[in-house]
Design a protein around this ligand. Structure first.
Ligand SMILES: O=C(O)c1cccc(C(=O)CC[C@H]2O[C@@H](n3cnc4c(=O)[nH]cnc43)[C@H](O)[C@@H]2O)c1
Length: 210
């Protein structure tokens, strides 16, 4: 069965697209894997997966860049995000946050379930991520998020991918490369090029040698 690679933007998987000479467009098929470019954010991701995810896939590989809350990981580091949380899904109750779970309307935390055991995968640090609608860039809200959820990473799609895979019962692996630290907005310090380069080298190796 095939792997479905899911990325928000084509730029994030540009090296992989060049290496395997994939055609332009948001959905590309090869013998070994398909590539789905969803667009940025949870809604675009869930909609794209709703259209394309099927039992034909044995694994969903979510690739992308991410912000990092833990300064021990250098920019460009690759992380295996094994747990991901819809961070803003719930209700504010003055200074408290009530999760969707507490409200009784759903689930905010999802696990990337898979049985992959190759060195390429096991060598990556396993971390907890959160998924947000807006990139964090305010000191006060960052502190509150750290206190409430202790995340290592932040993306705009991860939990939506894990949610879709859980709904379909399809194994999932989320690998992200750190492009920036989550701090007061400082776009000049982001290392998107380095993060994308490292991510694509890893992905090409994974798809070539497992
Ligand atoms: O500016 C560029 O050259 C560029 C090239 C490729 C991708 C981008 C993006 O901005 C991708 C958006 C993507 O990045 C994730 N991301 C990265 N850092 C964070 C963060 O601190 N908080 C939340 N999300 C982050 C996110 O998943 C977006 O989909 C730019």
């Amino acid at each position: 069965m095939k792997i479905l690679i899911v990325a928000a933007t084509r730029a994030e998987v540009s090296g992989l697209c060049n290496h395997f000479t994939l055609p332009e467009g948001d959905f590309a098929e090869t013998k070994q894997f398909d590539l789905l470019i969803t667009g940025v954010g949870m809604t675009a991701t869930a909609f794209a997966l709703g259209k394309h995810l099927s039992a034909a896939y044995s694994l969903v590989l979510n690739l992308g860049i991410a912000g990092c809350y833990e300064w021990k990981y250098p920019l460009g580091s690759l992380l295996n995000i094994t747990e991901d949380i819809f961070a803003e899904l719930g209700a504010e109750d003055k200074d408290e946050f009530l999760t969707i779970d507490t409200l009784g309307f759903g689930q905010s935390r999802y696990i990337a379930a898979n049985t992959l055991s190759t060195t390429l995968v096991t060598a990556l640090p396993k971390v907890k991520g959160i998924t947000v609608n807006k990139v964090s860039g305010n000191k006060t809200s960052i502190k509150a998020t750290e206190k409430r959820l202790q995340p290592a990473t932040e993306s705009m799609e991860g939990a939506a991918v894990l949610y879709s895979c859980e709904q379909m019962g399809i194994p999932c692996l989320q690998v992200r490369s750190i492009s920036n630290y989550v701090e007061e907005r400082n776009r000049e310090s982001w290392k998107i090029g380095l993060a994308i380069k490292n991510l694509n080298e890893w992905a090409i190796e994974f798809l070539t040698n497992g």
